[in-house]
Design a protein around this ligand. Structure first.
Ligand code: GP9
Ligand code: MN
Length: 423
């Protein structure tokens, strides 16, 4: 109902965080290259297996290499929709649904997505690049609602047997073949590259393995290190290719992990890997995924701000110099002093710099000690529930249909065509 729309709108505009003056507009007009690290969790950063770094290149970036800003207290917020939830949350600053995947069940909804806003406000073009077939996760439908101009799926790549493993194209040929596609885009562009190789059950061809497997005896966990190393090398090669192609210097580069790779079914092996028991508190801490942002001309470094996937769109819009207040955004700008550091999980739990709530039990985030719920933890829980509920109402009732925004041209899905399905 229109009441639900105004409640959601009221929440998001009163929850708004003013931009940081130093960062506002600093990426205006620059290409945005967004790299999705499949199933990549933050514990891999600086992790050593038998004295060897698993992901040396990403480690370097996480320490400010290439002037990256690395957020080490960033969490995924996905539910059953996994990759699709991460995509939805990052491009719309709203949550996935409590069950199922909104990409599939809400693929015909109206959205006011980041790529469409960038196009409407700053004339950006947009593209998704991914080595799987276009109908997976209903992408070929919902991307039209998001205003994605071009979708390079598996049918655009060489899918020979030796280039494919597990779900699709291997990350190294994927990045390499993506370069001419990026070069073909009209600038400035917003390009989102989704990797695949570091995906359950984490299998790799022998010739692609440059690190020994783990030794926990859990096949999934042991293979994860090898595929993560492969992904690390693929990203490093891609940086070189971007530089050679002249696409590096003037682009914002953003890197993120989409969701947990190692589920709770592997707690025994993970306890061995992390050297600590995987309690409910520890499991919540393990939901950290990396977020890295490089803004050309700006210094990088480690940023300890707590945040989650819903905060990415507000952050990117402010980097563009676009005030996101008029849009329906449930997150806040990570660079803002007023940024909200309470990170809601899809199940109603949360993490903040002070408190971690798992299934109603509250812990001190630093020490992991259980604490008595208090006024502050109750207030945070109420806020988290309200956020999730309002976001759900927007999706369930397709409320953005009625959300008119001055200066924003509604997305017309009929304008987009990604060709026939050949999956
Ligand atoms: C499939 C890929 C994996 O195209 O994005 O999705 P996931 O299984 O991680 O949700
Ligand atoms: Mn995924």
């Amino acid at each position: 109902s229109s009441d639900d729309l105004s409640n959601a709108k009221h929440y998001t505009s009163s929850h708004y965080a003013e931009p940081d003056e130093k960062m506002f507009g600093k990426g205006q007009g620059k290409n945005i290259i967004k790299i999705h690290l499949e199933s990549f969790q933050s514990f891999l950063i600086d992790y050593e297996l038998n004295g060897e770094e698993v992901t040396p290149f990403l480690n370097d970036l996480a320490h400010g290499g290439e002037d990256m800003n690395y957020f080490d207290n960033f969490f995924h917020q996905t539910g059953q929709g996994k990759t699709a939830d991460a995509e939805l949350i990052l491009d719309n600053s709203m949550f996935g649904l409590p069950t199922g995947a909104a990409f599939v069940t809400k693929g015909q909804n109206t959205y006011q997505s980041l790529p469409a806003i960038l196009n409407s406000e700053e004339n950006y073009t947009s593209a998704i690049l991914h080595g799987d077939y276009k109908s997976f996760w209903n992408r070929d439908q919902i991307y039209k609602q998001f205003g994605i101009d071009t979708f390079f799926d598996a049918s655009s790549y060489n899918m020979d047997d030796e280039s494919v493993v597990n779900l699709g194209l291997k990350d190294k040929p994927f990045f390499e073949e993506s370069i001419p596609m990026l070069q073909s885009l009209e600038q400035p562009f917003y390009a989102h590259l989704l990797t695949l190789t570091n995906h359950y059950p984490f299998i790799l061809d022998e010739e692609d393995a440059t690190l020994d497997r783990g030794t926990t005896g859990d096949k999934t966990v042991d293979g994860y290190f090898q595929t993560a190393r492969y992904l690390d090398e693929a990203v490093e090669e891609f940086f070189g290719e971007l530089k050679e192609a002249g696409l590096y210097d003037d682009s914002i580069i953003m890197i993120y992990g989409d969701h947990q790779g190692i589920s709770e079914n592997h707690n025994r092996a993970m306890a061995e890997v992390l050297g600590t028991e995987i309690t409910p508190y520890q499991n919540a801490q393990n939901q950290r995924v990396p977020l890295m942002i490089r803004v050309p001309g700006e210094e990088g470094g480690v940023n300890h701000t707590y945040g989650g996937e819903i905060d990415v769109m507000p952050t990117l819009l402010h980097l563009q110099g676009i005030d996101h207040k008029k849009y329906m955004t449930f997150g806040t700008d990570l660079f803002s002093d007023e940024h909200d550091e309470t990170v809601a999980f899809r199940d109603g739990g949360f993490v903040s710099p002070e408190y971690t709530n798992v299934g109603g039990t509250v812990y001190d985030t630093d020490s992991g000690e259980e604490v008595e719920p208090n006024e502050e933890t109750a207030r945070l829980k109420e806020k988290v529930d309200e956020q999730l509920q309002l976001s759900d109402e927007v999706l369930y009732q397709d409320l953005l249909r009625f959300h008119e925004i001055p200066g924003f041209e509604p997305t017309d899905p009929k304008q987009y065509d990604y060709g026939e399905n050949d999956a």
